[in-house]
Structure formats: C-alpha cells, structure tokens
Design a protein around this ligand. Structure first.
Ligand SMILES: *[C@@H]1O[C@H](CO)[C@@H](O)[C@H](O)[C@H]1NC(C)=O
Ligand SMILES: *[C@@H]1O[C@H](CO)[C@@H](O)[C@H](O)[C@H]1NC(C)=O
Length: 190
C-alpha cells in the first residue's frame, strides 16, 4: 500500500530531521540529561595546549546563573592574563600549576601579581574583576581543572602583559568557546 500523498510527508520528515541535526550543536533542548563527559565535544578553540569542554553552558544548555567547564592544559600552556566581572571557582583535578593573581584593581594596571602554587585536589576562588592567569608549570603532566563561573556567557578582558592599563585590556566577547553558538536563539530570562 503505497499512497502518493505519503511522499511529501516522508520528504518533510527528512528535511525536519536534517535541520534538527544541523542545529543540535547549539540546541538548548536537544541533549540527554546524563551525559558521558568522555563523549562530549572538546576542542582547543584555537588555543595551543588547551582542551576545553563546556559541561554546563549558557549558550549550549541554557544555563542562566553559572557555567561549568572542564579544562586541561598541556605542560607549559596557560590562560591569557585576563579579568571578568563574574565570580570564578577552580577545582584542580590533576597536575600542578601556578595561579598569578593581581588583587589590587585600584591601580591603573595589574602589575606584580602574587604567585600561588596550585595542585591536585586544591581549589581557589578568583575574585570579581581581579586580573589573573593560570599556568601549567609542570614539565610532563597535564593540569586539569573544573572551572565554575557566574553570570554566563563570560565577558573577558585580555591583557597583553601585567603592565597593561586596565582600561586598555581588550574585550573578547563572545569568548573562544562561545563563538559557535553566540547567534543561536535568544533564551528567556529567569
Ligand atoms: C563514555 O564514553 C567513552 C568514550 O566514548 C566510552 O569509552 C565509555 O564506555 C562511555 N561510558 C559509558 C558509561 O557509556
Ligand atoms: C581530595 O580531598 C578530599 C578531602 O580530604 C578527599 O576525600 C579526596 O579523596 C581527595 N581527592 C583526591 C583525588 O585526592
């Protein structure tokens, strides 16, 4: 029993399926509740030595208040020197590294950051708007961290060096991993 009117319906179904699949990378509804981290998309987003996975994101998953990343830095790699007007919490899962933190944001530029060694099973908080940078200072082991930020998507100001004035830091928005889904559907406010 093959009726001619079925053909357009079949074609329409295929078109809808294709559209859904193409959009699924940035779809805030199209993901399972429990997801296998090993199977999630990861990329360096153009930054050498980085592996970034957005575990719970504003643009991909519709998170409103916090965003959670799993980041792995190969030996010698690091974040840019940067600041953002949100809270940030790190949990070091593996490896060792150095946090550089310039707490005195009243000066014109960050200058002389304090150095803090960070290590597996350590945690630290970066206060709102403090310029900071995290390095993997180990020769051989990766540095892996869970990173939680408030007020996503993050608006990052990047410094070329520690003596760059705060006012000259360059806004990078959307941030590297937010670029792909930035123009996707507008979400409701809470
Ligand atoms: C999670 O994904 C990895 C890599 O694809 C796979 O080897 C592993 O079996 C998965 N775990 C479960 C519980 O499905
Ligand atoms: C981290 O510290 C907690 C509290 O002491 C401990 O229960 C846990 O096993 C530690 N984890 C690792 C990976 O060492």
């Amino acid at each position: 029993m093959c009726k001619a009117y079925l053909l357009p319906i079949v074609l329409l179904t295929w078109v809808l399926l294709a559209v859904t699949l193409l959009a699924s990378d940035c779809s805030i509804n199209g993901f399972p509740l429990v997801r296998n981290i090993s199977a999630l998309p990861q990329s360096n987003y153009g930054r050498e030595g980085l592996s970034h996975i957005t575990l719970a994101g504003s643009l991909i998953h519709g998170m409103k208040e916090i965003e959670i990343w799993l980041q792995t830095f190969s030996p010698g790699s690091h974040t840019p020197i940067h600041r953002h007007s949100c809270e940030e919490v790190f949990v070091v899962l593996k490896g060792t590294g150095t946090l550089y933190l310039a707490s005195d944001s009243h000066r014109k530029y960050p200058d002389n950051p304090k150095m803090y060694p960070v290590f597996a099973n350590s945690t630290f908080i970066v206060p709102v708007n403090d310029a900071h940078q995290v390095w993997n200072t180990d020769d051989s082991e990766d540095l892996q961290m869970l990173v939680i930020v408030s007020r996503p998507p993050v608006k990052v100001f990047i410094y070329e060096d520690w003596s760059m004035p705060h006012t000259a830091a360059r806004l990078k928005y959307p941030y590297y991993w937010d670029e792909q889904c930035f123009d996707s559907p507008v979400r409701d406010e809470l």
